[in-house]
Design a protein around this ligand. Structure first.
Ligand code: LLP
Length: 452
């Protein structure tokens, strides 16, 4: 985990802000992000790339953590954005990322999304197939503009990461086959609605080994040189994202080494280079705060049942991902660690955060921090089991703010409606029913406040 979260005066803190104070104010579960940690990463990456002499633009992969405040934190430093949907495009624009620093990636852009990208005047579309190229050409011509396009090449390199987040092998749905790239690039250069700007590559996520990067970058650089030598006006390269973080004991590359590998492979081409990091920028800068509900001692196992669940952070069950889990109150150095399963309250065995995890003794009411949850956490959350979305908090220096409040049940119920034939009574609309429920909830809360 990043040094953004450390024990201070006996409790885990985000900089000077005690996490217990945040939990008391906003309740649990709650995501907490450190703006300082995000900025430190951004500056480290841009610094390392500049030190290698690369003319680099870091386009933050919004999918990792799309919160407006997170994107804006980076936009204020000059970051661009890598977006994969109209929603992400709108977020990036709302957060202040100028169109000319936005890359639109994704294997299945709709015509409406293509049009939105063109209207926003984005830097480039990363195009992944011949049919996408032809569709974009038509959409651009209809608008009387030319779409800037970089072709995403599938270099057929195994990133040696989790199968669900490997994208650069011939078996994956992503990118244009290396062997077909030349023909499609020549076709792109001839299409009136297309401005062929360059090539792009992205081989996967959570890469902790530099060798696949070196191979993929070299393959793309070679192709770039060949196509440019053949007269195509290529002028930009996009080297994707994917640099990993240490969830457990992985040893991801130092950013300086990553920059060196990139520079060695593509520096000689002398063109601007785009990078699209997501996880590396925000993963360690966030955690999920949760409170222990029960400790259940079974015959074979002990379970620590917490108030966060798989709907809040799905990575452990979806990818068998390891996230460090720390007590917020600093345990005594001699506290005996016990192996427990740390699980959520959802009715599925897959609702778990850790199995057989060594944890100092905890009791109901204790706070735990599930670490490295800044990337692919809140953004992959759902309301499964009708659980309320966890609030999000941003800490900057000694300040902190709620950047997304926990909605109440009435607000979520109001997003649904009953068709006429199911409306309960003629004079009682869904609206009134929700209001009645919300009154009931309010009186329940008032009751529990009075009881406590
Ligand atoms: N560029 C492209 C084209 C991508 O597909 C991705 C991620 C990125 C950049 C950013 O990759 P990053 O730097 O964050 O590794 N939900 C999964 C990760 C999915 C990544 C998908 N693509 C997880 O929780 O591990």
């Amino acid at each position: 985990m990043s040094s953004a979260f450390l024990y201070r005066d006996g409790g885990l803190s985000a900089g000077p802000v005690p996490l217990a104070e945040v939990a008391a104010a906003v309740g649990t579960p709650a995501f907490v992000y450190s703006a300082d940690a995000i900025l430190a990463r951004y500056r480290a990456m841009t610094g390392a790339l500049a030190a290698e002499g690369l003319d680099a633009t870091v386009c933050y992969a919004v999918k990792a953590n799309p919160h407006l405040a997170v994107v804006r934190t980076l936009a204020c430093e000059g970051a661009g954005a890598d977006v994969v949907s109209e929603g992400e495009l709108l977020r990036a624009r709302t957060a202040g990322v100028p169109g000319e620093r936005i890359v639109f990636a994704g294997v299945g852009k709709t015509e409406a999304e293509m049009a939105a990208g063109l209207e926003a005047g984005i830097l480039q579309f990363n195009v992944e197939s011949e049919v996408e190229l032809q569709t974009l050409d038509r959409v651009a011509r209809d608008k009387g503009v030319r779409a800037p396009v970089s072709l995403r090449i599938n270099p057929d390199v195994d990133a040696r990461t989790h199968a669900k987040i490997t994208t650069g092998t011939a078996e994956n749905k992503f990118g244009i086959d290396h062997a077909q790239a030349g023909a499609i690039a020549r076709q792109a250069a001839d299409l009136p609605g297309i401005d062929l700007t360059g090539l792009a590559v992205h081989i996967g996520s959570q890469l902790v080994d530099l060798a696949p990067y070196a191979l993929a970058f070299e393959k793309v650089a070679q192709l770039f040189g060949e196509l440019r030598g053949g007269g195509l006006p290529l002028r930009r390269l996009d080297l994707g994202g994917g640099i990993g973080i240490s969830y457990r004991d992985e040893q991801p590359p130092a950013v300086a080494d990553y920059a060196r590998v990139a520079a060695k492979a593509v520096g000689h081409l002398g063109v601007p280079v785009i990078f699209e990091p997501g996880r590396w920028m925000v993963g360690d800068a966030g955690l999920l705060l949760t409170r222990v509900i029960f400790v259940k001692r079974g015959v074979k196992k002990s379970f620590v049942i917490v108030d966060a669940a798989m709907n809040d952070l799905i990575r452990p069950t979806l990818y068998d991902a390891w996230h460090d889990i720390l007590p917020v109150a600093k345990p005594a150095p001699d506290a005996p660690a016990q192996a427990v399963d740390i699980v959520g309250p959802i009715c599925e065995s897959g609702d778990l955060f850790a199995t057989d995890r060594a944890l100092p003794p905890v009791e109901p009411g204790d706070l735990l921090a599930i670490c490295s949850a800044g990337a692919y956490g809140a953004t992959m959350a759902s309301t499964y089991n009708s659980r309320l979305p966890a609030p999000e908090v941003l800490v900057a220096g000694a300040d902190w703010a709620v950047i997304k409040a926990r909605p109440d049940h009435a607000t979520l119920l109001r997003q649904e409606s009953l068709p006429a034939w199911l409306a309960p009574e003629a004079d009682l609309g869904a609206e009134a029913e929700v209001d009645r429920q919300s009154d009931r909830q309010e009186s329940m809360h008032a009751g529990s406040r009075a009881a406590s």
